[in-house]
Design a protein around this ligand. Structure first.
Ligand SMILES: Cc1ncc(COP(=O)(O)O)c(C=O)c1O
Length: 397
């Protein structure tokens, strides 16, 4: 495969040719060749379901096809195959870890206000069930690594049972300085769960070195695997308590095989992991990440004349960056739909706008198929149509 990124790479995806896609971060996009591999696997499954499941998937098979696929993924994330389980998505992996922990009344669960809404909701539900308490650390923007570490350290000065931190945050696209935060929480005795929904593929992963209890990551985002694919890592210390969301025949096998068969499911997405790894390796992880940096620089430069500022320094950015669209009043929920609708319907641009702590944010995902030339396209569109309650520029051109 020629090492080419940007527009030229779009022909390897099914993305509509007339559109500008700046939101790889939400759902990913799967290359045609990986979708073809999934079709091949589906056809094999449907031509002989018994042979497929009983002969290849059941967790009693020593080298089952899921275990083989995880053995291929393990060195890529610096973990052992028996520390990894496939799961449908980051949401399900987070839920499994949360349900696996026996919380007592008064236990504190640390989160940040940059976390994913569904995660906050499931923590609230778990607190309601157990009497645990959610401690949401506020990290105002603009921010930097010092401020993030300081805020978390302050909250962790009282005992924390579980800390849930994002590797790369969703609304604000911040790459958290985990190498500083994890030792700090460890020294306080907290269990640590990392929501790495955007981790694998977007940043190099060394789970052994990271030293956390659980790490969940979607394969369907930055590793280009089919939808509904993620992995859950559990350290040796918590493996024995880690249980899937669904209790089924093989629950007694313990982690990770208790996750391998929780009823009849379509396993073909997970079985595409080797193909996704091949695609990504051929693309060149270092080249993909360099490309993302160049593309995000182009967006930062193109948006600056509109008064649209990034919320954090490039040192806290991987392949996504969030920008604040300045408004003359606090953001309203309807603003998000209005901006998203205008950009899509009038300009065929899809980017992720979000209301976050009173501000209107716009997140750019610099996937390998996004081009620096997409930056002026977005800037012109934003300038032409504006956004709800757009604040007048201090220095109009
Ligand atoms: C930080 C974070 N956590 C969790 C999720 C949920 O991912 P999924 O919908 O694949 O479960 C997302 C989705 O974008 C996310 O950004």
């Amino acid at each position: 495969m020629a090492l080419t990124y940007g527009r030229a790479l779009r022909e390897r995806f099914n993305l509509a040719a007339d559109a500008t896609f700046l939101n790889h971060g939400s759902f990913g996009a799967c290359p045609l060749e990986i979708l073809a591999e999934q079709e091949r696997l589906r056809s094999e499954m449907e031509s002989g379901p018994d042979a497929f499941f009983r002969g290849g998937i059941f967790p009693t098979i020593e080298r089952s096809r899921l275990r083989e696929a995880l053995a291929g993924l393990a060195p890529f994330v610096h973990a052992r195959e028996d520390q990894l389980a496939f799961i449908e998505n980051a949401t399900a992996g987070t839920q499994a870890a949360l349900k696996s922990i026996a919380f007592a009344r008064g236990d504190r669960i640390l989160l940040t206000d940059h976390g994913y809404k569904a995660v906050r909701l499931m923590v609230e539900a778990r607190c309601a069930e157990t009497g645990a308490e959610a401690v949401v650390v506020q990290i105002p923007i603009p921010t930097d690594a010092e401020a993030i570490v300081a805020r978390i350290a302050e909250a962790a000065s009282r005992p924390i049972k579980l800390a849930i931190l994002d590797h790369i945050t969703s609304p604000t696209a911040l790459l958290f300085p985990l190498e500083r935060i994890v030792p700090l929480l460890r020294s306080q005795g907290a269990l640590i769960f990392i929501d790495g929904a955007h981790g694998v593929g977007q940043v190099p992963l060394d789970l052994e070195a990271l030293g956390v209890d659980w790490y969940v990551s979607n394969l369907h985002k930055w590793l280009f695997a089919p939808k509904g694919t993620a992995f859950l890592y559990a350290s040796d210390a918590v493996a024995a308590i880690t249980r899937p969301n669904v209790v089924s025949h093989y629950i007694a096998m313990g982690f990770p095989r208790n996750f391998d068969y929780t009823g009849t499911r379509d396993n073909t997405g997970w079985l595409c992991t080797p193909a996704a790894l091949r695609f990504f390796e051929a693309l060149g992880p270092a080249g993909v990440r360099e490309h993302a940096k160049r593309v995000l620089d182009a967006f930062t430069e193109a948006l600056a004349p509109l008064g649209v500022e990034p919320i954090a320094p490039t040192s806290l950015c991987a392949a996504m960056r969030s920008f604040v669209l300045p408004q003359s009043r606090p953001v309203e929920d309807a603003d998000v739909g209005a901006l998203t609708g205008t950009l899509w319907e009038r300009e065929r641009i899809y980017g992720q706008s979000m209301a976050w702590n009173g501000r209107l944010l716009f997140r750019v995902s610099a996937a390998a198929y996004v081009d620096a030339a997409d930056a002026p396209i977005l800037a012109r569109a934003l300038d032409r149509h504006g956004w709800p309650a757009r604040r007048a520029r201090v220095n109009p051109p």
